[in-house]
Ligand binder design. Structure first.
Ligand code: PRP
Ligand code: URA
Length: 220
């Protein structure tokens, strides 16, 4: 797991750039990929991201007994977790989280970017009552300007979630979004599969993959 090259002390972590990951990303970036394949291969990357995010959670010692009658000095996760998805695209990541963490609680925040200004607008939120005592896995596949994620993180901080207990899991981001989030929230960790070049005039990530929500849910 490498820190991003332009910041040695960055809290942004890039998945290992294996050939497998490169193949998966190439498929979902391709405009000719069918919706079914887009969903299938995005889900595979999401699974890798969730697994990696769990590597960042602290553990404590836990002694257990094996069937061989021997005590084993193991470990267990220190705290409980929950997911928070930024609707709608973030909902695509819920299943990947549930596959790894059965029964996990998932809060939802409905934030949409205005199609003209690209500014985020909050419509709805529902978070687990005890969220302040949990580690929060924030789910959104795209980090462009960072506006949607920042609005959600503001909500989480208002709900008394400590900043250093938020892990933002994301498929594709760009330097502007990382800079914005890590400057405003220096203790948050970002786990991402790839960092793209930047954004176009409409604040879409380039080369990117287009509108993730539309492609995943088939609305365009
Ligand atoms: C997308 C994406 C992020 C946001 C990223 O959602 O899922 O939430 O844009 O852009 P930002 O970093 O500039 O805020 P969008 O508002 O398009 O809605 P959707 O989930 O319905 O596709
Ligand atoms: N949201 C998307 O779905 N794609 C982008 O490139 C930027 C925001």
């Amino acid at each position: 797991m490498a820190s991003l090259p332009w910041k040695n002390d960055s809290n942004c972590f890039l998945l290992p750039q294996t050939n497998q990951l490169k193949v998966l990303l190439t498929i979902i970036r391709n405009r000719d990929t069918s919706r079914g394949d887009f969903v299938f291969y995005s889900d595979r990357i999401i699974r890798l991201l969730v697994e990696e995010a769990l590597n960042h959670l602290p553990v404590v010692e836990k002694s257990i007994n094996t069937p061989m009658g021997i005590e084993f000095p193991g470990v267990t996760f220190q705290g409980r977790i929950c997911g928070v998805s930024i609707m709608r695209a973030g909902e695509s990541m819920e299943q990947g989280l549930r596959h790894v963490c059965t029964g996990v609680r998932i809060g939802k925040v409905l934030i949409q970017r205005d199609e003209d200004t690209a500014l985020p607008k909050l419509y709805y939120s529902k978070l687990p009552e005890d969220i302040s005592e949990r580690w929060v896995l924030l789910l959104d596949p795209m980090l462009a300007t960072g506006g949607s994620a920042a609005s959600t993180i503001d909500l989480l901080l208002k709900a008394n979630v400590p900043e250093d207990r938020i892990l933002f899991i994301n498929l594709i981001c760009c330097p502007e979004g990382i800079e914005y989030i890590t400057t405003r929230f220096p203790k948050i960790k970002i786990i991402t599969a790839e960092v793209d070049q930047g954004m176009d005039d409409h604040k879409f990530i380039v080369p990117g993959l287009g509108d993730f929500g539309d492609r995943y849910f088939g609305t365009k």
